[in-house]
Design a protein around this ligand. Structure first.
Ligand SMILES: Cc1cc2nc3c(=O)[nH]c(=O)nc-3n(C[C@H](O)[C@H](O)[C@H](O)COP(=O)(O)OP(=O)(O)OC[C@H]3O[C@@H](n4cnc5c(N)ncnc54)[C@H](O)[C@@H]3O)c2cc1C
Length: 384
């Protein structure tokens, strides 16, 4: 199976490559040193039509294929993983719950500004005591006469606290007026809603430009029109969106693998030891050949999962496998690339060290790799 991009898809990848090299690359070290999400660049991406890639044109998006989305992410992720992480979270878990389960009115109100890149989107699932076990969330939305009252805490939520954030879509347990639990719901909570607050930006070992924060919901009142879908099935809604998120993390991982391969190849051609470039020593050549081979394998697994989604076929297993494989490859390849750079690769100012620090989260976010094993085992018929 080949995944040839058509003319429009190649043009999109080219646009992303030009933006990443021309606009992001010159600024990346500065905004990472400031530990801030570069919303000015995300707004520019909106002007270029890049903030609603998977959203229908009717709601301000570009409606591109998942394969084209992966190609676009590859281009941005090779230059900076932080902005690519913010972008992909916006495009997938931030936008897709509204796009998939929202009503026409909800889409016109919230999705269009998101897809046009006037607002940044995020999704709030994780809580201090509920991460991998999403069903254990304790945030509650209690039914009142004209809507819902939301209470709870969220943890590690990306894209919710920037000057461009619209708010979040948050997963909560739904509780009827007489106190009975009725399932889960996804609620749109806009920034500025009384009782909705966020804490300080969290500092990770990588993704220093991603805005990730704890959130609080203290008697937050929202109307019925803030609930996506019928209600009750909110957990299933989110888990279905997460499958696309896994393709997205796989694409980020492939882009990181390619970035460290390019850096290591370049360095191996320049660094001379024992009278010749280190790339002429077979041990280094074999490392480079292994990285290239593994990145290629991860790439095709990722495009295959994307192509299955585009064909309307089941892709849960392939998305989990692609995420598992590609994130492992990214972590391992980054370590090998630092090794090829020797002591210079260990210094924080070296780009390869930056990618090394960015790699670890790929094995954790959007379902840890242990959870990917559980998903794959279940798909094989041997899980719980
Ligand atoms: C930078 C960053 C950005 C994030 N952005 C978002 C966001 O935008 N929205 C959001 O909702 N969340 C976000 N998260 C949260 C992320 O999705 C969670 O960290 C992740 O799902 C893991 O949850 P946890 O950290 O609570 O770990 P835990 O679930 O406590 O897991 C701890 C360890 O136990 C393992 N484990 C757990 N259960 C099992 C099991 N049944 N079998 C085997 N092993 C198991 C895990 O794999 C892991 O190794 C973000 C996290 C980070 C670090």
């Amino acid at each position: 199976m080949e995944f040839e991009l058509d003319e429009d898809e190649r043009a999109l990848a080219g646009l992303c490559r030009d933006f990443a090299t021309g606009r992001i690359a010159p600024q990346v070290e500065r905004y990472l040193a400031e530990e801030r999400c570069p919303t000015e660049l995300l707004r520019e991406m909106g002007e270029l039509g890049l903030m609603g890639l998977l959203i229908d044109e009717a709601y301000g998006g570009a409606g591109v294929s998942t394969v084209a989305f992966v190609a676009a992410l590859e281009e941005v992720g090779r230059i900076d993983q932080s902005i690519a992480a913010a972008w992909q979270a916006h495009l997938t878990i931030g936008s897709l719950p509204l796009a998939t389960f929202g009503s026409h009115a909800q889409k016109e109100r919230w999705l269009t500004p998101i897809a046009e890149g006037r607002r940044l989107a995020g999704f709030a699932l994780t809580e201090p005591s509920a991460g991998s076990d999403a069903s254990a969330v304790t945030t509650r939305a209690e039914r009142v006469a004209d809507g819902w009252v939301v209470n709870g805490q969220k943890m590690f939520i990306s894209n919710a606290g920037t000057d461009m954030s619209f708010g979040v879509t948050a997963l909560a347990r739904t509780v009827s007026a007489n106190g009975e639990e009725t399932g889960y719901g996804n609620f749109v909570v806009e920034r500025g809603t009384p009782g909705f607050t966020f804490g300080e930006k969290l500092r990770g070992i990588g993704w220093r430009g991603l805005d990730t924060r704890p959130l609080s919901f203290d008697d937050v009142e929202v109307g019925d029109d803030h609930l996506l879908g019928e209600g009750g099935g909110g957990l299933g809604q989110f888990l279905s969106v997460l499958e696309v998120g896994r393709i997205s993390i796989a694409a980020l991982s492939v882009s990181l693998g390619q970035a460290v391969l390019d850096l290591a190849l370049d360095y191996a051609g320049q660094r001379v030891q024992f009278g010749r470039p280190i790339g002429r020593h077979q041990a280094i050549q074999f490392k480079l050949a292994d990285i290239a081979t593994e990145v290629e394998a991860a790439r095709w697994m990722t495009y295959r999962a994307a192509a299955l989604r585009d064909a309307g076929r089941p892709f849960r297993k392939q998305a989990a496998m692609a995420k598992l494989k590609a994130s492992r490859v990214a972590m391992w390849a980054a370590s090998e690339a630092v090794q090829i750079h020797g002591g210079y690769g260990y210094m924080t100012e070296s780009p390869v060290a930056r990618f090394f620090c960015d790699a670890k989260i790929l094995e954790i976010g959007e379902g840890t790799n242990e959870i990917q094993h559980l998903v794959i085992a279940r798909e094989l018929g041997c899980g719980d």
